[in-house]
Design a protein around this ligand. Structure first.
Ligand code: BES
Ligand code: MN
Ligand code: MN
Length: 454
């Protein structure tokens, strides 16, 4: 019945998603503010069409949150769906084979910014609810909270969640914003990394200098910044900020074996991104490095003269954006503090240093001994004919830790993306197979959660 409904409405589901994908809801860039708002309005309309109640576009300091619910019976269990309708900037546009906001089907995939992260994945929940509504009785309550600031740090969320605990009260939270191993090996995410994101500004002399008249006698802030950055890690990939690893979970051999026991293909991993070899912390596998170990990476570095030709200049300023992915039980604010203290300490007097904090987020580990996890597990077993594998993903969804802290609820991370979907990159895509199969799996999850005792 349900599958038949999904199948009969396949094309319409896609047409609707395409409407949303055409809206340029880039949250990080104020130039797109109206488009972000348009995407929120579009969602409000979609929820109205689904006949949901209390459909609201809630203003925040940043972009609006869209909320909707259907409480059929207070004795039914309540499922809270979280997702985001904002997307990453599409830059650099010239690297896209088809325009980022003109969704295009090619090789059985939808190409568009946000097709996977997270419009396509979030929209599966609306269609799953619709399919259940149209084909049978629903014995659960549903709440949707879809935000518009995930890709720029969810700045308004903590306040919203903590001051709306009653509104958001539920028995489980489900989020489709992660990936599976591949289409032959479905998986459920049980760990996500956290994040500390810092910006460093190093100043040498008060103005750009002639590199001949001053060079050799005045410290060059770009050279100095490179030296500082290089000193933050040793050649074994170990991070050298004192205290950095203090709270990092260590897994026993048995648990490590379990974490490594996933169908991961190292040569495919390398060939997909065209690298000759992997690099990471010595003593850990690639799977462990991504899922269970923290990182420190320069995201951008600039300063001095970079235009055509040669300019002999000793620059006044050097900048870098540096992010650290964190794992349980590191704390984002504590790591940011350690980073600042360390850099302030090692910066020589010949330069001055200014460090600012960007958004961060806490890591999380999902408890698998819950009704929610079992419901997701069984849904994958049924729809994919295979036992899903628990995996630790390297990305971050800060709201998960926030939900746990504020609402005391575990989130089920039931994503359907693939690494090859190139989220955040040019030519982001989402497989049609994953879109439809995901809708089916979600209907099954909702039903399992409503039907099962515990
Ligand atoms: N959906 C991603 C996170 C993700 C992707 C988790 C794939 C697991 C697998 C999310 O939209 C995202 O991009 N998060 C940001 C964090 C944020 C604080 C900007 C990230 O991970 O960089
Ligand atoms: Mn996302
Ligand atoms: Mn993202």
């Amino acid at each position: 019945m349900i599958n038949e409904y999904i199948n009969n409405n396949k094309d319409r589901f896609l047409d609707e998603l395409f409407e949303l994908l055409r809206i340029e809801s880039v949250s990080a860039d104020s130039k797109f503010k109206n488009e972000v708002d348009k995407a929120a309005e579009w969602l409000v309309n979609s929820f109205m069409k689904l006949n949901l109640d209390k459909v609201e576009k809630i203003k925040t300091k940043g972009h609006p949150i869209v909320y909707a619910e259907k409480i059929l019976d207070t004795s039914y269990p309540t499922i809270l769906v979280y997702g985001h309708y904002d997307v990453q900037p599409a830059d650099p546009y010239e690297l896209w084979d088809t325009p980022p906001f003109e969704p295009t089907i090619k090789n059985e995939k939808i190409y568009a910014r946000g097709s996977c992260d997270d419009k396509g994945q979030m929209y599966m929940h609306l269609k799953a609810y619709e399919a259940l509504q149209e084909t049978g009785k629903i014995n659960f309550n549903i709440k949707f909270m879809i935000e518009g600031e995930e890709e720029c740090g969810s700045g308004s969320l903590e306040e919203f969640v903590s001051s709306n605990k009653e509104k958001l009260s539920a028995d489980v939270i489900v989020i489709s914003d992660t990936s599976i191993i591949n289409n032959d090996n479905p998986s459920i995410t049980v760990g996500l990394r956290g994040l500390s994101y810092m910006e460093v500004e190093l100043t040498g002399p008060n103005r750009d200098l002639h590199s001949g008249t001053y060079g050799g006698a005045v410290n060059n802030p770009i050279n100095q910044l490179c030296e500082i950055i290089a000193s933050l890690k040793d050649s074994n990939g170990k991070i050298l900020i004192p205290g950095f690893y203090d709270n990092v979970i260590t897994y026993q051999d048995e648990q490590r074996d379990e974490i490594n026991n996933v169908p991961f293909d190292l040569s495919e991993f390398k060939s997909h991104i065209k690298i000759g070899d992997t690099f990471g912390e010595k003593g850990y596998s690639t799977v462990e490095r991504i899922g269970t170990r923290p990182t420190l990476d320069v995201n951008g570095i600039w300063g001095g003269y970079t235009n055509e030709g040669a300019k002999t200049v000793l620059p006044s300023k050097a900048y870098a954006k540096i992010s650290m992915r964190l794992v349980s039980n590191q704390s984002s604010s504590e790591i940011s503090r350690l980073f600042k203290d360390h850099l302030n300490k090692i910066c020589p007097k010949s330069c001055s240093i200014k460090i600012t904090d960007h958004h961060g987020g806490e890591p999380c580990i999902v408890n698998t001994d819950t009704k929610g996890y079992r419901s997701a597990y069984k849904a994958f077993q049924k729809v994919w004919n295979k036992d899903p594998v628990p995996t630790f993903d390297g990305g971050s969804i800060p709201i998960v830790a926030l939900f746990k802290k504020e609402l005391g609820l575990d989130s089920i991370l039931m994503g359907f993306g693939l690494d090859e979907d190139a989220i955040h990159s040019p030519n982001e895509s989402y497989g049609l197979y994953n879109f439809y199969k995901g809708i089916e799996t979600i209907t099954c999850f909702y039903q399992n959660f409503a039907d099962d005792e515990k």
